[in-house]
Design a protein. Structure first.
Length: 138
């Protein structure tokens, strides 16, 4: 006999696919959704669907941007210092830096840490795009 009914087991399995979510955390999240209202579940499902349908990566810096705004607001902002380039691992790093209010340059998002054994080597296309973005300053 299965541990949980199929719909809840499937939800647990989907939560487990998220980074940093183990079996216990996935169970807690699934039962939280189950205890909530149908409206809460619909809002969660809509938020997930919208982020997948409305967000993309900027064609210049590879940060997150709305589908209707490419290049992103950072790349098109003439007030940003075009001579400063901050290379970050993930889009959430851009938001953390921006919260400080101190950095006014441009960004390049690698979408992972440089790790040749992990598949992100200086020769990958992500790093090549970064190198090309630096061309005006070389």
């Amino acid at each position: 006999m299965a541990e949980f009914a199929e719909p809840i087991a499937r939800l647990i399995d989907e939560f487990r696919r998220l980074p940093g979510i183990g079996h216990k955390s996935a169970q807690r999240l699934a039962f939280h959704v189950l205890r909530g209202s149908a409206e809460d579940a619909e809002r969660l499902a809509l938020a997930i669907t919208e982020v997948k349908s409305r967000m993309t990566f900027c064609s210049v810096c590879h940060n997150l941007t709305d589908i209707g705004q490419d290049p992103c607001a950072y790349c098109t902002n003439p007030a940003r210092d075009q001579h400063l380039l901050c290379v970050v691992e993930e889009p959430y790093n851009v938001f953390a830096i921006e919260r400080t209010g101190e950095y006014k340059g441009l960004y390049h998002v690698l979408h992972g840490a440089l790790s040749p054994s992990g598949g992100l080597a200086p020769t990958t296309s992500t790093c090549a795009r970064c190198w090309n973005a630096c061309a005006p300053w070389r």
